[in-house]
Design a protein around this ligand. Structure first.
Ligand code: NAP
Length: 291
């Protein structure tokens, strides 16, 4: 595994394991355990995924089995929008995440969306950061102007911004802006999130076969090589293994550019960040998110 260093001084693995849309608790626990066995150390969950408890169980079992220590793991969760109302609700939301996960501390805790009173929520989360229960604070789905506004305003700088990043939504400017502010870019849906069918793309297939790798590995490597942490999700052992095996090959500049040329300039059309209806949905119960 290779790592980046966050602005807190702590290291973050370049490949993590995502568990969005794995609502079945047993399946979630088993896939996290498989991921840890395969060498993943970063696990990415959220209040809204309703599986923090299953992730916590997998973590406890992994430690009991001697697969890793708590210190080697990097556990991320996210504050739900409804809990970003004020300082108190943000503290309560983070404490609920810790309780559900059964952990003393989180390695990273993100504001899941840029909605509600993000500044008040940030001040609330800062109290947990200062007492060590959250080791790094971050944001998610913040567009470049929001990252700039946020970083220019808050005292504790965000360590990470998790946004949609894959070859069909390259967002070079967003990545550049995050690097300017020393915020680590993290990619959600790094494989395209089950859309675009990259696995049948002839150009990607040719690049993959020239390196003796799969299309999935090429797409993930493309992000890793430009300094972006990837969080592929899978519930299949073979894919879980495949998605972390990214460090024995390198894409040429020409290959990087060819892959970037797939850019469509927009992302997941189901996640309508600019749609008032999506904002309203996020203000409500997390149970409606991602359905
Ligand atoms: N912050 C946010 O707002 C946000 C939004 C979305 C996601 N996320 C995070 O990012 C993580 C990843 O995003 P995502 O789950 O939407 O998308 P993704 O990881 O890009 O894609 C997952 C899809 O690809 C399939 N897949 C996985 N590995 C594969 C491989 N090697 N070959 C072919 N297909 C493969 C999976 O199916 P199987 O499971 O059947 O293998 C699943 O359908 C999430 O789990 C979550 O942690 C965050």
């Amino acid at each position: 595994m290779e790592y980046l260093t966050m602005n807190t001084g702590a290291k973050i693995p370049l490949v993590g394991f995502g568990v969005f849309r794995v609502p079945d608790k047993e399946e979630c626990k088993e896939s996290v355990l498989t991921a840890i066995r395969c060498g993943y150390r970063l696990i990415d969950t959220a209040t809204a995924y309703d599986n923090e408890d299953a992730v916590g169980e997998a973590v406890r079992e992994a430690i009991e089995e001697g697969l890793c220590t708590r210190e080697e793991l990097f556990i991320t969760s996210k504050l739900w929008v409804g809990d970003a109302k004020n300082e108190k609700t943000a503290i309560e939301g983070a404490e609920r995440s810790l309780q559900k996960l059964g952990l003393d501390y989180l390695d990273l805790y993100l504001l899941h969306q840029s909605y509600n009173d993000v500044f008040a929520a940030w001040r609330g989360l800062t109290t947990l950061y200062n007492d060590g229960r959250i080791r790094a604070l971050g944001i998610s789905n913040f567009y470049p102007f929001m990252v700039a506004n946020f970083c220019e305003t808050v005292d504790v700088q965000p360590a990470v911004n998790q946004i949609e990043l894959h070859p069909y939504f390259v967002q070079n400017d967003a990545v550049k802006n995050m690097k300017y502010y020393n915020v680590v870019p993290e990619a959600w849906a790094p494989l395209g999130g089950g859309r675009y069918n990259p696995f049948e793309d002839e150009m990607l297939k040719a690049i993959a076969s020239s390196h003796g790798k799969t299309v999935g590995q090429v797409i993930l490597r493309w992000n890793v090589q430009r300094g972006v942490v990837v969080l592929p999700k899978s519930v299949h052992e073979q894919r879980i293994k495949e998605n972390i095996d990214l460090f024995d090959f390198k894409l040429s500049e020409e290959e990087m550019n060819k892959i970037s040329s797939l850019d469509m300039g927009y992302g997941d059309t189901r996640t309508k960040h600019f749609d008032p209806e999506f904002v309203k949905l996020c203000m409500g119960s997390p149970n409606n998110y991602g359905k």
